[in-house]
Ligand binder design. Structure first.
Ligand code: HEC
Length: 98
């Protein structure tokens, strides 16, 4: 392999890694979750049932649209997070679905 080919392979690898990072909604969602949600739902998403529901298997109970609805509007003891952007809410829903 020539030096040029080696460089090209290294560069394309770096580009792929960058692309994967910027599209990594679960990672962005995890950071948002840590900031806004752990107080009630726990760092491990186990919650404090029955008051604060576990979110570990929430994707089995709710559609992504319903998860986003809950984050936006709250309900019961869940406060609304109307200060979050659509993108942030998408990232959170995506994080919770993994
Ligand atoms: C102040 C405590 C509190 C915080 C902070 C909080 N939640 Fe909740 N959350 C609740 C409670 C209480 C419920 C149950 C509400 C109900 O009975 O309808 C709930 C319910 C939910 C549900 C629906 C669960 C289900 O099984 O129906 C989702 C999804 C959810 N929260 C996501 C989040 C996310 C994402 C965040 C962070 C942006 C967050 N919550 C922050 C208290 C909280």
């Amino acid at each position: 392999m020539t030096l040029i080919t080696t460089l090209a392979v290294l560069l394309s690898g770096a580009t792929l890694a960058t692309t994967a990072w910027s599209k990594d909604a679960p990672a962005a969602g995890a950071a948002l979750y840590a900031t806004h949600c752990t107080a009630c739902h726990g760092a491990d998403r186990a919650g404090v049932p029955p008051t604060f529901p576990a979110l570990t298997d929430v994707a089995k109970r709710l559609q992504p649209a319903q998860i986003k609805e809950k984050i936006k509007n709250g309900g019961g003891l869940m406060p609304p997070f109307s200060q979050l952007s659509e993108q942030e809410i998408d990232d959170l829903a995506s994080y919770l679905s993994h």
